[in-house]
Design a protein around this ligand. Structure first.
Ligand SMILES: [Ca+2]
Ligand SMILES: [Ca+2]
Length: 213
């Protein structure tokens, strides 16, 4: 698999200049390292810069008029995967998930009246050995992002909590971000955008995938 490329334009400089420099190093060293491997190791020097860049680049979105989410079918508004970018508004969402569901599925111990907030639930496919970073941006309402590991076609309710073996929830202010991976084979998650205290509003959901190992 190809090495992960840094997304920040400023980080491309070291990556571009590294191969010739590392080849000189290789000529001087009896190590069995390829230029490719050295480039990958060099890239690990910059994770903090990458994180800062992600936050800095976070875009804003309009709150009016309302975005239109697809109508949920069997609880799912849409299928998403790597490179998906969707806009929606949870005002037209389902009311399948609330505080007790999130508590019993170990998504979060908090109770924030998510029962009152409608949620949009997407089915996310993460291809084998990739990690999906799901980012939800909103400037319009206090929305939270949840990822439920779930391989069935139907959407789990509270009574199915014991069949859920993994749930992550970002209950930070406004938007949210989750990293969801697939080890060895394709894996499915249900990604929910739920309104805290019954809030509803426009949001944008983006999926980016990188190699996971
Ligand atoms: Ca809800
Ligand atoms: Ca939030």
């Amino acid at each position: 698999m190809s090495p992960r490329r840094p997304r920040h334009p400023k980080l491309r400089g070291p990556m571009r200049t590294l191969p010739p420099a590392c080849c000189l190093v290789l000529a001087a060293l009896p190590l069995a390292l390829s230029c490719d491997e050295l480039g990958r190791n060099a890239a690990k020097v910059f994770p903090v810069l990458e994180k800062v860049d992600e936050d800095y680049a976070e875009p804003s979105i309009p709150c009016d008029p309302p975005f239109q989410s697809p109508t949920a079918r069997n609880g799912i508004v849409a299928d998403i995967t790597c490179d998906s970018e969707v806009e929606g508004n949870n005002a037209t969402g389902t009311r399948l998930w609330g505080d007790t569901f999130y508590q019993k599925a170990f998504c979060t111990p908090e109770r924030n009246q998510w029962d009152n907030g409608p949620e949009d639930i997407y089915r996310l496919k993460v291809p084998a050995d990739l990690e999906a970073t799901v980012t939800m941006v909103t400037d319009c309402a206090e929305l939270d992002l949840v990822g439920v590991s779930w391989q069935e076609r139907s959407v789990p309710r509270t009574e199915h909590h014991s069949a859920i073996n993994q749930c992550d929830m970002d209950i930070g202010r406004k938007g949210g971000k989750l990293r969801l991976n697939a080890v060895g084979k394709d894996w499915y998650y249900l990604v929910g955008v739920d309104g805290r205290n019954g809030e509803t509003g426009n949001y944008r959901l983006k999926v980016k995938c990188t190699t996971f190992r």
